[in-house]
Design a protein around this ligand. Sequence first.
Ligand SMILES: NC(=O)c1ccc[n+]([C@@H]2O[C@H](COP(=O)([O-])OP(=O)(O)OC[C@H]3O[C@@H](n4cnc5c(N)ncnc54)[C@H](OP(=O)(O)O)[C@@H]3O)[C@@H](O)[C@H]2O)c1
Length: 167
Amino acid sequence: MEKIIIAAKTVNNVIGKDNSLPWHLPADLDFFLRTIEGQFLIAGRKFFESVQGREVFHKGVEGIVISRQKDYKSSTHPVAHSIEEAFQMAEKIGVPKVYILGGGEIYQQIINLVDRLIITEIHENFAGDTFFPEIHQSQWQEVSRIDCQKDAVNPYNYSFVVYEPAS
Ligand SMILES: NC(=O)c1ccc[n+]([C@@H]2O[C@H](COP(=O)([O-])OP(=O)(O)OC[C@H]3O[C@@H](n4cnc5c(N)ncnc54)[C@H](OP(=O)(O)O)[C@@H]3O)[C@@H](O)[C@H]2O)c1
């Protein structure tokens, strides 16, 4: 089963603030929604409960939420109590790949277990309270990059970058 991280981060690795995204970048939201459409999703409990998380994990979307709380329940999605258990549950269902949507706590623990990183790099520094782990060149090689310029609706320059393990 292929394991893929998808995330958007700033130059200073910020991914979130106050359990939300500190930027508005419609082109990235479109890219994100297109990429995960019809895919099997895994997310941490805090992102799952956030405004964006609720928009993504609506009824009918397949995926798993991860929580350490033994009695945590979702009316829409199964709950795993560890990352390993989430992967085992997805394997058992038989999905060929999973997209890991974060947030920060999940990315930190999972980055060394995945096959690919799909990263929107926003060419700005933001203040935030949640961070993406450093993408070390010794561990990850860039395999594709699309650079995009700011425009009337997207106020920052940004790049869609894919990383795979360095060979
Ligand atoms: N820019 C992006 O691409 C992006 C993507 C996603 C999220 N975000 C942002 O990231 C922030 C949320 O991230 P976060 O780090 O605060 O929270 P998170 O990673 O979404 O969720 C953390 C929670 O996941 C559960 N958890 C974590 N590790 C676990 C483990 N090993 N076993 C079992 N459960 C585990 C725990 O839930 P319990 O407390 O229930 O035990 C923990 O409190 C928000 O600001 C959000 O907007 C940004």
